[in-house]
Design a protein around this ligand. Structure first.
Ligand code: AMP
Length: 310
């Protein structure tokens, strides 16, 4: 099994109530890959500029991620995002986005990246997502993430991209924005009518909800006492969720696999937010993931109470 991801490879400048960092490694493809690398072989596709160095690349290669399709663009600058969070860490405020090398990027995928069973179209311009989708026709499962910027600016191409995938992951506010439905379950239903069989609503610190035509499932966030920077939590969720599905060969979307994948996504996201950027996931180990999965299970299990008429 193997997984291919296209998305932003970025430098992020971030301020939260707990500190700030300038130009740290980030981007949807980076956060996603690091989380997924605990479960499967990951191939990353995306452009970087002259400012992207060996030390940034090493963060990925140290986790065994295949970086052969990271394309250095001569004279270009790496994608840059500046954002901040107020006390409500669930809402990211974008202060600056520089597409830089993404403005003219033409994805070229190696044979290995084209042959992956699972494809993740991480948050980036939806026409680029569609180009990559079109060269990975044989993927057994394709998933997509996006954001408010693309819903507002490129709605039609985003809807076309959504029609070409099996799973859609968006945060709850974005699902409401996409469908103009204020109720989340209805928004998920309307989204499934666009094509995907599975819709995952990411709900920040509250966890995530999953919808298919047959089931609904919700997992809470891990209830951490220390959160320093939520940047990348959504991508780490997606990386844990889809990395686990690929590792378990869960391509036929079995309900048990989907539920376990939700727990894994929630746990990977919880580690991501404990420190700035990729710092926490870089020093994460499988044992810690297993311990937190057990703890999450304890946190959510209860014996079914029964009520009698009185
Ligand atoms: P999230 O997982 O939703 O917190 O995503 C955070 C990552 O999204 C950051 O590392 C940013 O570099 C990246 N990002 C922000 N805006 C965009 C955009 N317009 N396109 C692609 N990636 C973005």
């Amino acid at each position: 099994m193997a997984l291919t991801v296209v998305g932003s490879i970025a430098f992020d400048s971030v301020r939260t109530p707990f500190g700030q960092r300038e130009r740290m490694l980030g981007g949807s493809a980076v956060h996603f890959s690091l989380a997924a690398s605990f479960f499967t072989d990951v191939h990353v596709v995306g452009p970087v500029g002259h400012d992207f160095g060996e030390s940034e690349l090493a963060v990925l290669t140290d986790r065994g991620i295949h970086t052969g399709d990271i394309e250095p663009i001569e004279g270009g600058e790496t994608f840059f995002w500046r954002g901040h969070y107020e006390h409500d860490l669930n809402v990211a405020h974008t202060d600056e986005t520089q597409l830089n090398v993404f403005a003219e990027f033409e994805p070229k995928l190696s044979e290995a990246s084209r042959e992956s069973e699972l494809l993740f179209l991480g948050n980036i311009q939806p026409d680029l997502q569609r180009q990559v989708r079109s060269v990975c026709r044989d993927a057994r499962l394709a998933a997509l993430d996006s954001m408010n910027l693309w819903i507002e600016q490129t709605r039609d191409s985003l809807v076309a991209a959504i029609a070409e995938v099996d799973l859609l992951l968006l945060n709850d506010a974005e699902l409401r924005m996409l469908t103009d439905e204020s109720n989340l379950a209805r928004a998920a239903k309307a989204t499934m009518e666009l094509g995907p069989k599975v819709v995952v609503a990411k709900r920040g610190e509250y966890g995530a909800a999953l919808f298919t035509n047959e089931m609904r499932f919700a997992i809470p966030g891990y209830l951490l006492e220390e959160v320093r920077d939520p940047t990348g939590a959504g991508d780490s969720f997606a990386g844990g969720f889809l990395g686990y599905l690929d590792g378990a060969r869960g391509y036929d979307l079995d309900q048990g696999d989907l539920r376990r994948a939700m727990a894994v996504g929630s746990v990977l996201a919880s580690f991501n937010v404990e420190d700035f950027g990729t710092e926490r996931i870089q020093r994460l180990g499988a044992d810690e993931i297993n311990d937190r999965l057990q703890e999450l299970k304890r946190l959510t299990s209860f014996e079914e109470p029964s009520v009698t008429e009185r």
